[in-house]
Design a protein around this ligand. Sequence first.
Ligand code: ITT
Ligand code: NA
Length: 180
Amino acid sequence: REMVFVTGNKGKFGEAKEILAAKDIELIQNKDGYPELQEDELEPIAAYGAKYCAEKLKHPVMVDDSGLFINALNGFPGPYSAFVEEYLGNQKVLKLMGDESDRAAVFKSVIGYCEPGGEPVTFTGTVEGEIAHEERGSGGFGYDPIFEYNGNTFGELGAEEKNKMSHRKRALDKFFDWLD
Ligand code: ITT
Ligand code: NA
């Protein structure tokens, strides 16, 4: 079985490809992109993106809208995670946190899926962790070096470990339970 994943993010694609290989699904990357709605929640962004791409490509597609929600920053960067990563980066996010003692954060991934002529569906996966005091580890991508889970940052975990319990893995599991 094949699945088209519309994303420009190499890290997301690589992880999803590995996770789905175990389910015997071949993932194909499409980098065409889609308009991202400005919303507080990731679900409508993923739903709109999936619908837009399914109609444009005339093919079933999945998208993944994800974000890091930091408790002490009232959920920021959340839906602005890509923008903040690009324009500020991990060091500035750490600076924003300062010596704040509440380090709680949630990584969230929303898979949007749609078939041409159909309505989009979404599947949400979350993982709870903490914002580290410094960047650690060279694995993964994006916010991985500052997101701690059970004492290790996602940057310190290998892809295999991260893919066992990440927000993306949890969202993809729900999606493929639904597809079957
Ligand atoms: P798309 O083309 O799929 O939209 P994107 O990078 O723009 O790719 P998003 O809009 O979903 O993705 O933004 C999510 C941001 O959070 C982006 O900066 C990602 O690098 C980062 N991110 C998402 N999942 C992550 C993960 O598992 N580990 C670290 N950072 C992650
Ligand atoms: Na994006």
